[in-house]
Ligand binder design. Structure first.
Ligand code: AMP
Ligand code: ZN
Length: 137
């Protein structure tokens, strides 16, 4: 448990939360300020600040759990679509520095219609080739 981490405190039971799922590795809670009805967060029980610190086996388990919950929540909420969102670093919108995966049900008639929309940029000549060379792994 990390000092002053709100999600560690939730996992330790020191701060109340609405838990919709729990197993030995994860707790899934409703987001307190939801982007949509049913917005939930998958939290690993151990403290890992972000995707870089999260062990690979937990990353795999988190995605497996996200699939299971996306199906379950879509069935129960009758939502029309679903976003998985995971922020790393302040510049990327992370505000709580304990890894979490957002489960965001989307509704045709729901709020935050333009959640996750961005301006599409254009690459300059040669930039795509440079990136291909840089990033190929
Ligand atoms: P992020 O911006 O990706 O770090 O997301 C942090 C999320 O945690 C936000 O959507 C907050 O609304 C949510 N959050 C913060 N405190 C709590 C809390 N006590 N219980 C539930 N969700 C919380
Ligand atoms: Zn923590």
């Amino acid at each position: 448990m990390a000092d002053n981490c709100i999600f560690c405190k939730i996992i330790a039971g020191e701060i109340p939360s609405t838990t919709i799922y729990e197993d030995e590795d994860f707790q899934v809670i409703l987001d307190i300020n939801p982007a949509s009805k049913g917005h939930a967060l998958i939290l690993p029980k151990g403290h890992y600040a972000n995707i870089y610190q999260l062990p690979e086996d937990l990353a795999a388990k988190a995605m497996k759990l996200a699939k299971k919950l996306a199906e379950h929540m879509t069935d129960k909420l009758q939502c029309d679509g679903f976003n998985l969102v995971q922020n790393n670093g302040e510049v990327a919108g992370q505000t709580v520095f304990h890894f979490h995966l957002h489960l965001i049900p989307r509704y045709l008639d729901g709020a935050n219609k333009d959640l996750l929309t961005w301006n599409n940029l254009q690459y300059k000549d040669g930039e795509v080739k440079q990136l291909e060379e840089l990033l190929k792994c």
